[in-house]
Design a protein around this ligand. Structure first.
Ligand code: SF4
Ligand code: SF4
Length: 86
């Protein structure tokens, strides 16, 4: 059910087809850069997703979620909460 570390729903992401991305949990490196700081942080802390983190939602996650161009106005944070049953 969990599709990413940050709360993005990879199954609904157009880049899966456009960029041949296999989705957050299956990739080691995103197509858009050398590494994703959110994915790296979450995996280093061995959390399934950010919603399980004691610092959730941290400033890094919020920065990604509310980025004017690449963000989703907090949708991924809400998704993490849903994965936690909240
Ligand atoms: S932004 Fe990072 S954590 Fe979120 S889906 Fe993409 S690679 Fe994964
Ligand atoms: S909420 Fe922030 S600190 Fe916690 S795992 Fe995610 S990126 Fe890392």
């Amino acid at each position: 059910m969990v599709e990413s570390r940050c709360g993005i729903l990879c199954s609904a992401c157009p880049y899966q087809d456009q960029m041949g991305c296999k989705g957050c949990l299956k990739i080691t490196k995103p197509f858009w850069g050398d590494s994703c700081p959110v994915k790296s942080c979450c995996e280093e802390r061995t959390h399934e997703h950010c919603g399980r983190c004691e610092d959730f939602p941290c400033s890094l996650l919020k920065q990604f979620a509310y980025d004017e161009e690449q963000g989703d106005n907090g949708k991924r944070i809400e998704q993490c909460k849903k994965w936690m049953g909240k």
